[in-house]
Design a binder for this molecule. Structure first.
Ligand SMILES: [Fe+2]
Ligand SMILES: [Fe+2]
Length: 290
């Protein structure tokens, strides 16, 4: 595999910069959306880093990349930890963002989960909120940011122009490869998402980690929570089957908690830990193999 330079590994000062960008793109209902011009047309190092992040993501997320990452990471031979320790391990992902204004990973996960709990949803839904970004440990295993976060999308078929920064796909070799650059590529009409390779990232990775243990609704939330071109733009209806369409209602239910639960008041981890330890014990094995 190609070796990447430091600036190709971490174009963003923090993974949150990507999430903040998604939030600007899809603001909470009731909050006026910025026009495209307001949104991108001014100079800011942060916006430049988001562009650079997507340039790399769209160039390197090929069909071949996805197969290679699955081959490597789905062996789960990197690390084995009790679940809570794995969440703390994720929290060692410290980046260059401003510590006064940004939440750490565990705080984001607890805020997401607590917002789900406050609305009275089932406990597996709360647990899903709590662990949904654990796959970001990929960064701690040396994966470039564009192989960990970013809007996810199918590979092996034409890249939709509904994906953010579609012009950057021109540099992706798959867009010139006739096996992969047609509407269906290697797939067939409404063949179902289970038969499709998504771009590699924290969503797909955690799905494979949890697939034996959580209800199917939870697995859809985990696996497709960054698939904005489908849940917001319906760009891949020709690949989803009717079961996917039904299950996507859960992805839609989950998404606002991920995007809109961020509050400046950090949760008190020590107070919440016993409740989440119990939830983990109810659904998940003692240890997680990463
Ligand atoms: Fe995520
Ligand atoms: Fe998240």
């Amino acid at each position: 595999m190609k070796e990447f330079e430091k600036d190709e590994i971490s174009p963003l000062s923090s993974l949150d910069v990507w999430e903040d960008d998604v939030l600007k793109r899809y603001p909470e209902p009731g909050v006026p959306a910025k026009t495209k011009d307001e949104f991108r047309n001014y100079d800011s190092p942060e916006i430049d880093s988001v562009r650079e992040f997507y340039r790399l993501n769209h160039k390197y997320q090929t069909y071949e990349n996805v197969l290679a990452k699955k081959e490597n990471f789905l062996k789960f031979d990197k690390k084995e930890l009790p679940w809570w320790a794995a969440m703390e391990y994720l929290n060692t992902l410290i980046d260059d963002s401003d510590p006064d204004t940004s939440l750490d990973q565990l705080q984001h996960l607890l805020q997401t989960a607590e917002a789900i709990r406050a609305d009275g949803h089932p406990d597996w839904f709360v647990l899903t909120g709590f662990i949904h970004d654990l796959g970001k440990v990929l960064c701690l295993f040396g994966e470039p940011q564009w192989n960990v976060v970013g809007d996810s999308f199918p590979v092996g078929c034409k890249f939709s122009d509904k994906i953010v920064f579609p012009e950057f796909f021109d540099a992706n070799p798959d867009s010139k490869d006739e096996r992969y650059n047609t509407k269906y590529g290697v797939y067939t009409h409404q063949c179902g998402l289970d038969n499709i390779h998504m771009s590699w990232g924290h969503d797909e990775y955690l799905y494979h980690i949890t697939r034996q243990h959580l209800p199917e609704e939870a697995l859809y939330m985990i696996r497709y929570h960054s698939f904005y071109s489908q849940h917001r733009e319906k760009a891949y209806d020709h690949l989803l089957n009717s079961h996917d369409q039904k299950m996507f209602k859960w992805v839609d239910k989950f998404n606002p908690y991920d995007l809109y639960s961020k509050s400046p008041k950090p949760p008190v981890v020590s107070e919440l830990k016993p409740y989440y330890e119990d939830l983990i014990a109810k659904y998940l094995p003692d240890k997680v193999a990463l």
